[in-house]
Design a protein around this ligand. Structure first.
Ligand SMILES: [Zn+2]
Length: 340
């Protein structure tokens, strides 16, 4: 169902490719490659597959169970063609919700681990990205995510890949997944990425607390933070100061924070407090297909359940343009993000 916010031009900065896989595409990719037989997943019962792949009420806010879905989803990200198709379809789905600027993040580490070459990952991304921009007319940047649970060697390889892909759509890196692997473990790779000219975001304060937020900002030199939901949990003043002093933007996600049990309902999200503290924030999808999130619906939640006014939402969007990882598009995008 389309909400009135459908018509607004929107920005989505926090959007995982692995959380954007259409079930029909999953079935096709698996069958075409005979992978359904290899890992023995029944592909003919779409409803059953959706329970396996899409977060629903049956998952009861269980973080690890939600993460397990990505284990199954990654089988379909099997080669260059699959990567290209998935990147293209994620862009197409965003454009269909009137997103005008998208940053799509992909996790190359597990793909490298299963033997897909760096060159194939980069060209799969580039093909899907270029076709997506061309066919939809929206602007897109790609972020390469480091999976915390993998050995540090993979973090190095993801940064290498991101550097090589800088003129092929990749503009930044991310640190994702289980925050019990704290950000300081990745300080050296982040500083190397910074020296190479890559922008940096970090999932921080999603499951971890204020300390991870401060470390990501002060030691990893993050330009943005993913989630930041727990920024006020342990030391509210220090968390807020770190973010404000370094002009760091927070990529908020409302529904997925509820889905994984981080907050009980969207009205508990601290986004309004962040805004009144002067922090630059915006609202994103996170895992649109896998968590059943539509950005225009998230905007209506922000307005109707959190009480952020439409004027504040418009100002939030314009301020977010100062924090995109393709800053050369800022002036072009200012002409797109006109609300009156
Ligand atoms: Zn995320």
């Amino acid at each position: 169902m389309k909400t009135d916010m459908f018509w607004w031009p929107k920005i989505d900065l926090h959007h995982h490719l692995e959380g954007s896989i259409r079930t029909k595409t999953y079935i096709e990719l698996m069958k075409e490659r005979g992978l359904d037989k290899k890992i023995r997943i029944p592909m003919d019962d779409e409803k059953w597959l959706e329970r396996l792949l899409i977060v629903g009420p049956h998952d009861e806010g269980d973080f690890h169970w939600c993460l397990s879905k990505f284990h199954w989803l990654r089988f379909a990200v099997a080669d260059k063609e699959a990567i290209s198709r998935l990147v293209f379809e994620a862009i197409e789905d965003s454009a269909a919700d009137n997103v005008k600027y998208l940053e799509l993040r992909i996790s190359p580490g597990p793909l490298l681990e299963k033997g897909i070459s760096e060159a194939d990952i980069i060209s799969g991304i580039e093909e899907g990205w270029a076709l997506g921009e061309k066919k939809t007319g929206i602007r897109v940047g790609i972020i390469a995510g480091i999976t915390r649970e993998q050995p540090i060697e993979y973090a190095e390889r993801v940064v290498d890949l991101a550097i090589k892909g800088m003129d092929k759509g990749i503009r930044g890196i991310d640190l994702l997944s289980d925050e019990s692997y704290p950000p300081e473990l990745f300080k050296d790779v982040y500083l190397r990425a910074e020296r190479a000219g890559l922008f940096r975001t970090v999932h921080a304060g999603e499951y971890g607390g204020t300390k991870n937020v401060i470390t990501a900002v002060e030691e990893l030199h993050a330009n943005r933070l993913g989630h930041g939901t727990n920024i006020y949990r342990d030391d509210p003043i220090a968390g807020m100061r770190a973010v404000l002093d370094h002009d760091v933007h927070i990529e908020c996600n409302l529904s997925t924070n509820v889905a994984v049990g981080n907050i009980r309902n969207v009205s508990e999200h601290p986004i309004k407090r962040m805004m009144s503290d002067g922090i630059s924030v915006n609202i994103n999808t996170d895992d649109p297909v896998q968590s059943n999130v539509v950005l225009s619906r998230e905007y209506t939640y922000a307005r109707d359940e959190i009480g952020i006014t439409e004027e504040q939402l418009k100002a939030m969007t314009l301020r977010t343009l100062d924090h995109i990882f393709r800053p050369e598009l800022k002036e072009e995008l200012r002409k797109v993000f006109v609300f009156d």
